[in-house]
Design a protein around this ligand. Structure first.
Ligand SMILES: NC(=O)c1ccc[n+]([C@@H]2O[C@H](COP(=O)([O-])OP(=O)(O)OC[C@H]3O[C@@H](n4cnc5c(N)ncnc54)[C@H](OP(=O)(O)O)[C@@H]3O)[C@@H](O)[C@H]2O)c1
Length: 331
């Protein structure tokens, strides 16, 4: 397929959140017709149709996939939470059950999609210190790698053999809030503006990241490029340490200092103030794709400072959308 075949329909399961809405805007501007499939109506309006499901059982929603060109599966309960047994169960179950029921739906279609893009996580490699992970690296140890493996293996079982499958092991996506949340950058920006954006623990924790524009372009390329299949790391080519990330963020926000935090402070603050998992801040991983260059993908934002400037420091002032973002909004 090439872009002249647009508009074609793409169904984004789990499309009502931060990344789904971002991708929906991007694909609509590029001429695709988009359906968001989620339990709740998206919190914002946009150039899409919305279909409801329960993410567990088949129903009328299956018709949204009939004749669609592509399926994108982003469904997953947020990992930005305290990892109680209940939350862990929901993190796994939401991903596995939604992927499974999408596979069941495909088996009921006369014209199933040609391609299925499946979300996964760069956290699948665990938290190895001082190692740069690529697609070929071994899977890590712990809860996040277990979730990633179960998510990806469910996808492989759910996908029909004739459907091209692409898995994106995605790192921390840096993006805007377009009405459905802005991901973890929103939280880090608030902390940095309050003077709390300093070195955490040793500061050597690795942060792999990708600008949402690159993430969206990557997904669009994977829809169109029939040579893309299998596993890719969706991450920019220059990951940084936590100290480097926060000092770059402060520089872009023009915040002169950031108080450091010890491991104990982070464990207390994450649990009792931010209600999230401290390990998200205390551990990390360097990940770089060895396959995206072969696929001919070029990053618009390969370097962190430029990515953050585009998102946070437009000509009109630090709180308004960037020039680049506004240009991106035009068809
Ligand atoms: N943002 C990142 O930096 C990043 C990086 C790597 C991977 N990811 C993964 O990419 C996916 C999308 O990320 P996001 O940032 O857009 O997340 P998000 O804003 O939390 O959106 C999550 C989506 O999944 C659905 N969902 C949430 N809990 C569910 C549950 N228990 N059962 C069924 N559906 C559920 C939500 O829709 P409803 O609640 O309306 O059904 C929503 O559409 C997630 O799986 C996330 O883990 C994100």
């Amino acid at each position: 397929m090439n872009s002249s075949d647009c508009p074609q329909r793409v169904v984004i399961a789990g499309g009502s959140g931060f990344l789904g809405v971002s991708l929906a805007h991007h694909l609509s501007r590029a001429g695709w017709s988009v359906i968001l499939l989620s339990r709740h109506v998206p919190r914002c309006n946009g150039p899409w149709d919305h279909v409801s499901w329960d993410a567990r059982t088949t129903g009328d929603w299956v018709q949204a996939l009939e004749g669609a060109y592509g399926l994108v599966n982003l469904v997953g309960r947020s990992v930005d939470c305290i990892k109680t047994p209940d939350h862990q169960d929901e993190i796994v179950r939401s991903r596995v059950e939604a992927t499974r029921v999408l596979g069941m739906a495909l088996r009921n279609l006369k014209n199933p999609p040609a391609v299925w893009l499946q979300m996964s996580t760069a956290h699948i490699y665990g938290d190895p210190p001082d190692v740069v992970c690529t697609e070929e690296s071994p899977i890590g140890v712990g809860f996040a790698p277990t979730v990633g493996v179960r998510w990806e293996s469910e996808f492989e079982q759910a996908r029909l053999p004739g459907i091209r499958g692409v898995i994106f092991r995605t790192s921390f996506v840096l993006g805007h809030d377009q009405g459905a949340g802005g991901g973890a950058l929103t939280r880090l920006t608030k902390l940095a503006r309050r003077g709390l954006g300093g070195t955490i623990h040793t500061g050597r924790q690795e942060i792999s990241w990708i600008h949402e524009t690159d993430w969206n372009c990557l997904f669009e390329q994977a829809l169109k490029d029939i040579s893309m299949q299998g596993i890719y790391l969706a991450t920019a080519p220059h990951p940084v340490s936590q100290t480097n990330f926060m000092s770059t963020l402060r520089k872009v926000l023009r915040v002169p200092f950031g108080l450091p935090a010890t491991e104990t402070m982070v464990r207390f603050g994450a649990r009792f103030l931010l209600r999230t998992d401290p390990e998200l801040a205390l551990y990390g991983r360097y990940a770089v794709s060895s396959r995206l260059s072969q696929a001919g993908f070029t990053f618009r934002f390969p370097v962190l400072e430029e990515a953050l400037r585009d998102l946070l420091q437009p000509a009109g002032g630090p709180d308004s959308p960037s020039t680049g973002f506004l240009q991106g909004m035009k068809p």
